[in-house]
Design a protein around this ligand. Structure first.
Ligand SMILES: [Zn+2]
Length: 169
C-alpha cells in the first residue's frame, strides 16, 4: 500500500470506526463476499440495509440465492422484492470447530436455514443475545453485519425478543 492510499483509508482502518453501536459489526477480519453479475443488486441492497429476494414475473416463484433464471420455469423475467426481514428458523447447527482460523474468534456460532416470511429459505448466522440457545421454530429478524473496509453488509439474523423456542401459541 502506498503512503497515499494509506492516508485515504487510514481512518477506516481503526477498529472503532468500523463498529458503530447500532450494527452487528465485528472488527474480526472475516471473509467478505465478492458480488457477481447475479448477486450485485442483492449486495447493493444489503449495503442499504435491505434484504431482497428475486421473484419470477412468469410463474410468481420467489427464490434465493440470486440467479439469472427462475429455478422453476427458467424464465429470465425476474424482479427484486424487498423482504420484511422476518423469518423462522427452519434448521440450524452450532459450529464448534472454526472452518478457517479467521472464524476462531467467533466460535462457537450458529448457522441456520431461515424460512423468510416471503417464502424462500436462506442460510445465515444467528447472532446477538441468546444466539446459542436458538431452536427450530424461533422467530428471527434480519440484522446487517458489516465486513471489510468497503462497507459490505451481510444479512444475518437475530432472535426476536420475548420468545423461547417457538413456544408462542
Ligand atoms: Zn418462474
Amino acid at each position: 500500500m502506498s503512503a497515499d492510499e494509506h492516508s485515504k483509508v487510514g481512518s477506516l482502518s481503526a477498529p472503532q470506526a468500523l463498529t458503530p453501536s447500532n450494527t452487528m459489526s465485528t472488527s474480526i477480519p472475516l471473509p467478505v463476499p465478492e458480488p457477481n453479475a447475479d448477486s450485485r443488486a442483492y449486495w447493493a441492497a444489503a449495503r442499504e440495509g435491505r434484504l431482497t429476494v428475486r421473484q419470477c414475473l412468469a410463474c410468481g416463484e420467489r427464490h434465493f440465492m440470486p440467479r439469472g433464471q427462475c429455478p422453476v420455469c427458467w424464465s429470465d423475467a425476474l424482479e427484486w422484492i424487498d423482504c420484511s426481514g422476518f423469518g423462522t428458523v427452519y434448521s440450524l447447527s452450532i459450529v464448534h470447530r472454526a472452518p478457517t482460523p479467521d472464524f476462531a474468534a467467533i466460535t462457537p456460532y450458529v448457522t441456520a436455514l431461515v424460512a423468510l416470511e416471503e417464502g424462500p429459505r436462506m442460510y445465515a448466522n444467528i447472532v446477538g443475545p441468546g444466539a446459542l440457545e436458538s431452536v427450530i421454530g424461533d422467530r428471527v429478524r434480519v440484522v446487517f453485519e458489516r465486513r471489510g473496509e468497503a462497507g459490505m453488509q451481510i444479512p444475518q439474523f437475530t432472535r426476536v425478543a420475548g420468545q423461547s423456542g417457538g413456544s408462542a401459541a
